[in-house]
Design a protein around this ligand. Sequence first.
Ligand code: F6R
Length: 608
Amino acid sequence: MCGIVGVLGHHEVSPMIVEALGRLEYRGYDSAGIATVNAARQLDRRRAVGKLVNLSDLLVHDPLPGKAGIGHTRWATHGAPTVSNAHPHKSGPVAVVHNGIIENFRELRADLAAKGKEFFTETDTETIAVLAETFLDQGLSPRDAAEQTIARLHGAFALCFLFDGQDDLLICARKGSPLAIGHGEGEVFVGSDAIALAPLTDRITYLNEGDWAVLTRNSVEIMDSQGRRANREMRIVQIDTSRIEKGGHRHFMAKEIAEQPTVIAEALQNYLSSDGKSLNMPAALPDFAKVDRMVMVACGTAFYACLTAKYWFEQLAGLPVEVDVASEYRYREPPVTKGTVAVFVSQSGETADTLAALRYCTGKADTVLSVVNVAESSIARESALALPILAGVEIGVASTKAFTCQLTVLALMALKAASDRGRLSDGELATRLAAVRALPGMLNQALDRGTEIADISRRLAEARDVLFLGRGPLYPIALEGALKLKEISYIHAEGYASGELKHGPIALIDRDVPVIVFAPRDALFDKTVSNMQEVMARQGKVLLVTDALGAEQAGEGTWKTVTMPDIDPFLAPILYALPAQMIAYHTAVAKGTDVDQPRNLAKSVTVE
Ligand code: F6R
């Protein structure tokens, strides 16, 4: 949440910073701002409310010269999205951009106010600038003032300072929120992630937890949390920048939905043998025959991937699985017994609650492993083993391809567990893997339903409430369908296990509430169809998503039926995620909402 950029360059940095902020806008888009030190070594700033384009427009009319600068795109935590609350925050000769939350800002602010300092914003960030200014007032150098300031901050943050009179100095720090330093030729960059810096440099140093750094154009000095000089590896991080463009699609979400057959095929290549007939999982994965139970923890869509995987691990491998949302798990003090494998699933790998839950399990569980998209993320780096899902950069705030890639990796892990535990013969495993290899082709066929789903979605866009139903491993897909629809179309939507309907939610059914039912022709089909009939008996408007046989047997009397290709029931959740995503996408497009950057949301949730 919130994106940070810093540049000490050869040329005017404002355009460069605005461009880099564009690549970080997925982290927040409530307001944006930049500060520079110009040729006269004066600190100045420009800030604008709303999307980055508003800041760009402002800079056209009121340019900000300077070859040293910092920039920020905000997801508001403390204080409304107003110009005065927008970063960079400035106090006298100090400007700062910040991602995260300063938990002791009230105490600091009260202390500073008592000493006569004035505050002009509602933010926690302003306290950082004011505090640094007081240290400068005492005669400390910018470096010492920054060090003293950082030492007094509690909470999770990443920040970057710029100082009046200093056109060759940036000081940045990381505690709880990621921060990367990019090395150029006589230039240096700071970014919340390597994506922000991708076109500027591929030479990246990630700061470790508690690190802070003093940067000039020709030197990078990193200190650890004890103030000792620290050597941090510089890596080459190549990011295919075409993957951060829309590639002819109207929205990133549309592109990312369409990419799923390709990225899943790539993930399969990584996790299957070259002939595709056996698993090629990392040797460091535990022998599941020796595992007693699994705990899976995540947030949002990644949590639904865990819920789906629970069915697979329990049914195929006979392994008990507990699944929890990270924000609850981290404070519940759950016992983690020996023989437990703890699994953390996250697209960004930076979700604060998931990271905290991982830290809670470290040292308690036998194995701590993560399933992540961003390989360099904190969650990946703090796990004993990180399985990459290889979805490529996901920009749309609503997760799509990361979800199905998470499911794919978890499905393969469940097959390995079943095999380790003697619940799947080699022959049965080979049959399952043949179905897995056919998955990208099936997903392509599901994408072919796009036009039909777009037509239906134009009608769904008129609804005030929508219910999603599923049973067994399709229940988490109903939850995911509802989450996707509400987050991007702002239509109220709920997902239910179809058997739960008559325990309350059926009271909502009338002809104005569309009910979307995910029901492939599997062992539970008849049960789900009975629940669907109960809806239709109350004039409910049913959209049935099923396969050809399901449509033949239960399609009569529905409002609409969408037919998916036949698939091994084990893989149905991955396939049925696509119509769920397409329904949400086309409904949002029909409503004219901001699909890639829905209100109030950010892609990377680094605050709790
Ligand atoms: C919904 C969505 C969120 C994320 C959640 C966890 O479309 O994207 O619910 O799934 O914020 O994020 P990660 O996976 O980055 O931990």
